[in-house]
Design a protein around this ligand. Structure first.
Ligand SMILES: Cc1cc2nc3c(=O)[nH]c(=O)nc-3n(C[C@H](O)[C@H](O)[C@H](O)COP(=O)(O)O)c2cc1C
Ligand code: SF4
Length: 433
């Protein structure tokens, strides 16, 4: 293993690491104090832009660039929302960050709020994370009691409060527009973009939504500088520390911090101890269930950063790596995925609502040995009609209100195209002939 020293998880597992006093004793809130007292909005945005911190929630959009879209001379209130919904199958890093270091996240939120001139920020946390929600509420309370949050924080002129909001536990509420609707007290239905939230988000005011891991990086950037951050990882095109979640057929599943651009084989075979019982690696989903699956051959030498994964025809997404060994039944795995998406579709768009259910029915037929040869093309047809053609080089051709359409169709298409022989093997004899 490399001699990389963890940054985001350096205090994980230490007794008391979730408390304000532990955090303060270890240099905590220095960066937020500096951002509030010695830096203005432009200074912070420029620093984060130059650092090239890319959003860790899935899309990898540069955080500083997103913040710069918030209109300056606009009288409306500005809001920051931390996305702690973490519903993507195979992803469990945000929960870990909250559990071990909630103050690192709060400090990041103070820096981001200051950058966009926000005075009330939210943490939208997945409903099932009851323990983590209580932990965050306690951490916010500790901050209010010591002038880290509230009026004129750190003795300056800037006011900021943070509210913790528990979501209902629907996967779609992780999508930023659905999340905003849900925070407004409505059903979590995505809105069509544009307008993007930076222009019209929460209560139709400029709003920035950032992931827990994205925000947790900010104290380190302010403390150590953008140049330092750009130097971490395989390339300044996609730099920084990264939390990778390893699950599935690995000996030591868990969250591993490593530099962005670490090889996928290193993560599987070194960090996570290799496949269970040393079986042959068959495939891996590299970035949560919405990322197209990669075969063992495609994984060779693959760097886990945003551009490398896009070039490989998949995506880094949330960094949730699901490992599948040679015993995996790819038809069953694909059916499992389809069932999840059919269950989680919000139902607003016809291609997504009807298409996901249809896919599930066709795939169920396969798993029961009742598939038909023409079903293979039918699956391709349905996925194309939900999420458009899976061609990353040409961008998104989605036909739905939100990217859920691509999130379901691209991975199912990848299973179908890459493991077609397994689907054919499920056909009844007379069909296969
Ligand atoms: C269906 C769907 C689910 C999503 N779920 C999450 C989630 O659980 N957590 C998250 O941070 N982003 C999620 N996203 C991405 C968010 O819409 C948004 O891009 C992200 O929170 C922005 O933060 P970032 O720029 O820091 O990555 C989801 C997107 C889609 C389409
Ligand atoms: S694509 Fe699916 S999840 Fe997204 S808005 Fe349409 S129906 Fe809802």
């Amino acid at each position: 293993m490399s001699d990389y020293q963890p940054i985001l998880t350096m205090h994980a597992g230490q007794p008391g690491s979730a408390t304000r006093d532990y955090y303060l004793a270890n240099g905590g809130y220095r960066a937020a104090r500096r951002a509030v007292l010695d830096m203005n909005s432009d200074d912070i945005i420029q620093m984060v832009k130059y650092s090239n911190l890319q959003g860790r929630g899935g899309a990898g959009f540069p955080a500083g660039v997103k913040w710069s879209f918030v209109p300056r001379d606009d009288k409306r209130a500005k809001y920051l929302i931390c996305n702690a919904d973490e519903g993507e199958p195979g992803t469990f890093k945000d929960r870990m960050l909250i559990n071990h270091n909630p103050h690192q996240l709060i400090e990041g939120m103070i820096i981001a709020s200051r950058a966009i001139d926000c005075h009330l920020a939210f943490i939208y946390i997945r409903g099932e994370f009851a323990k983590e929600a209580r932990l965050l509420e306690a951490a916010v309370e500790e901050c209010r009691a010591s002038n880290i949050l509230g009026k004129k924080i750190f003795g300056g002129k800037y006011d900021l409060d943070i509210l913790v909001y528990r979501g209902g536990g629907a996967y779609i509420c992780g999508e930023e527009m659905a999340l905003i609707e849900s925070l407004e007290g409505k059903r979590g239905w995505p809105r069509i973009k544009p307008p993007f939230p930076a222009i019209e988000g929460y209560l139709r005011c400029p709003t920035i939504v950032n992931n827990v891991e994205t925000l947790s990086n900010l104290p380190h950037i302010v403390n150590n500088g953008a140049e330092w951050f750009r130097g971490i990882g395989a390339s300044p095109d996609s730099p920084g520390p990264k939390l990778y979640c390893l699950s599935g057929h690995v000996r030591k599943p868990g969250v591993y911090e490593a530099p962005m651009g670490t090889k996928l084989t290193t993560l599987i075979f070194t960090h996570a101890g290799g496949t269970t019982e040393g079986k042959k690696l068959k495939a891996a989903i590299p970035g949560g269930s919405s990322a197209p699956v990669l075969t063992a051959d495609e994984i060779e030498d693959l760097k886990m950063d945003f551009p490398s994964l896009t070039a490989a025809g998949s995506m880094l997404g949330s960094g949730g790596i699901i490992v599948m060994d040679e015993t995996t039944d790819m038809v069953q795995a694909c059916y499992n995925l389809a069932r999840f998406y059919a269950h989680e579709s919000c139902g607003q768009c016809t291609p997504c609502r009807e298409g996901t259910t249809w896919l599930t029915k066709v795939l169920r037929r396969f798993t029961q040995g009742r598939g038909r040869m023409e079903d293979i093309d039918l699956i391709g047809d349905i996925t194309d009609n939900i999420g458009g053609l899976c061609d990353f080089s040409k961008g998104s051709f989605g036909k739905t209100i939100c990217p859920f359409g691509e999130a379901v169709s691209w991975p199912i298409r990848a299973f179908m195209d890459k493991f077609r022989d397994e689907f054919e093997a499920y056909l009844p004899k007379e069909e296969a002939a």
